[in-house]
Design a protein around this ligand. Sequence first.
Ligand code: GAR
Length: 190
Amino acid sequence: MKRIVIFASGSGSNAEAIIKYFNHTKTAKVTNVLCNNEHAKVFERCKKLNTNCLHFNKNDFITTDTVLNILKKEADYIVLAGFLWKIPEKVIAAFPKKIMNIHPALLPKYGGKGMYGMHVHNAVKENNETETGITIHYVNANYDEGAIIFQAKTALTAQDTPETIATKIHVLEQRYFPQVIEEVILATNE
Ligand code: GAR
C-alpha cells in the first residue's frame, strides 16, 4: 500500500475526490493533506473525511525542512491538487518522478506563473478558444513544465463563460485525476 500526501491551497474538491477514491482501493491511501492557506475550505472537507490536514507556512516549506521531513516520513507519492506555491528543489530532488500536478488547461497553453484557477479560464474565454481541458504532469523546478502524463479535452461554445468553463474543467478533474494517479502508481510501483 503506497502513501500519498496531497498539497492544496483552496477549495479542495480535487483533494476530496482523491481521498474518496483511494478509500476504496488497495493501491494507496492519502496519509496527509498539507495546506498553505489556513482559511482554505479543504480543512472542512478533510475533517468530514477523517483525513489529516495540516497548515504550513513558507518558513516550514522553504527555510527549514519541516515539510520535507513530513514528506520523508509519510509520502511515497506527492499530488498537487490546486496548490499554488512552487515546489522547492530539495523536495523535487527527494521525490524524483513521484510528484504530480493537475493544471486546468491544455499545457503548454495557459501555463506558467500567475496562471491558476479563474485566471486560466478568463484567458481561455478572452481568446475565444473552442476547446480547453486538463493536464496531469510530473513536477519539475519550473511551473507547469514537467513531462505530461495525461490530457483530456472539453469543447467550448461562444455561450461559455469563465464560470461554465470552470465547471467543465472540474467535471474532467473529478473524472480522471484519481484514476490517473492510480495508474501512475501501479506503473511505477517498485
Ligand atoms: C483546480 O481546477 C486545479 O486544476 C487548479 O486549481 C483548481 C483547484 O480546485 N490548479 C491550478 O490552477 C494550478 N496551476 P480545488 O481546490 O477545488 O481542487
